[in-house]
Design a protein around this ligand. Structure first.
Ligand code: AVI
Length: 325
């Protein structure tokens, strides 16, 4: 009932390594400096992210969970029996709310978690297998692109791909577009796509969510430098950088920065890279875009992902859009 496939071949592993090297070289030598947010998630970063999800200021996780608690049953009724494919499944915590609803409605159902982290995926798949006896699990270890390319037509009546947590907000406009094109390509007519998006709201609520009092988000942000130190024998001193997250109201996005407290020279031995950073200079580590329901529906429609129903919470802080291909 439980199968895990590894999509990384020696060639793709090499490609992944090369693009990590290039991303960092490019990001640290351009002006303004940036480090792509996908490099937050080493083991330590993934653990810190789990802690962020529990913070009182970080409303997205619990708000999305409350929407799922209320509407999972209805989602399962709309789609009927299907194969559930989750992108970026992580520890599959919120997923249980959906699995419970499908479990109540079906004798047998299938779940395909997809994640780059083999450890987390294996652990949560094993756990789920013990909890749901009528569940067939086929996990895929790889990037979204690798996994979506790998998906062959399903033998189940329909398929629903779901992407929760507003992770789509961390994509640039171009990657957002590419991602939706890919989803649209992979789904067959009659399949479903369920997308979680964090909605626009007052600046003070957003900025509190990304500048929490306990400093967990700061630790998460700074950990990207430890990740680079380990990976590339670097000399980033975490004490000489400060975390800052601001809401850019024009672009409707949170921007997370690391700000240099002094003029310093950074050396990354394994990349043969030396860069100077001025006092007050910033490194952009993440954007987290905040969405408008109507605009997102139009965007999805333009990709032949037709919105069937929008589920939201009482404050309209977060939404799940169910689309049919
Ligand atoms: C994973 N992603 C949706 C989170 C977000 O809210 O953009 C990452 C995060 N960054 C800081 N806090 C949480």
């Amino acid at each position: 009932q439980l199968k895990i496939e590894y999509l990384q071949s020696p060639e793709t592993a090499k490609e992944t390594k090369n693009s990590f090297d290039q991303d960092i070289k490019k990001g640290l030598t351009e002006c303004p400096k940036k480090i792509p947010s996908k490099y937050f998630y080493d083991d330590q970063g993934s653990q810190l992210f789990e802690q962020i999800c529990e913070l009182s200021e970080y409303y997205p996780t619990r708000t999305e969970a409350s929407i799922l608690r209320q509407y999972a049953e209805e989602i399962a009724q709309i789609t009927g029996t299907c194969e559930l494919v989750e992108l970026g499944s992580g520890s599959s915590t919120k997923t249980r709310l959906l699995l419970d609803a499908y479990d109540r409605q079906n004798d047998m159902f299938k779940y395909m978690p997809i994640d780059v982290s083999a450890g987390i995926l294996q652990e949560s798949a094993l756990q789920l297998q013990q909890e749901y006896s009528s569940l067939k699990i086929q996990g895929l270890v790889g990037t979204y692109d690798q996994a979506l390319t790998q998906l062959t037509p399903t033998s189940w009546p329909t398929r629903m791909i779901f992407f929760l947590g507003s992770s789509i907000g961390n994509f640039s406009e171009i990657d957002y577009d590419r991602f939706l094109n890919k989803i649209s390509q992979v789904l067959e007519q009659g399949d479903y796509f369920l997308l979680g998006i964090d909605l626009q709201k007052p600046k003070f609520i957003l900025e509190a969510a990304y500048n929490d009092n306990k400093g967990i988000t700061a630790a998460f942000n700074l950990n990207i430098l430890s990740h680079l130190n380990r990976k590339f024998e670097g000399n980033f001193e975490l004490n000489y950088f400060k975390h800052r997250a601001i809401y850019n109201e024009e672009k409707k996005q949170i921007e997370m920065y690391l700000i240099s407290e002094k003029k310093q020279e950074i050396i990354l031995n394994k990349l043969d890279l030396k860069v100077n950073i001025d006092k007050g200079e910033t490194i952009l580590t993440e954007i987290s875009r905040k969405f408008d329901v109507e605009q997102t529906k139009h965007k999805l429609e333009s990709k032949q992902l037709n919105p069937v129903k929008v589920f939201t919470d009482e404050n309209n802080w977060f939404a799940l859009i169910l689309c049919k291909a």
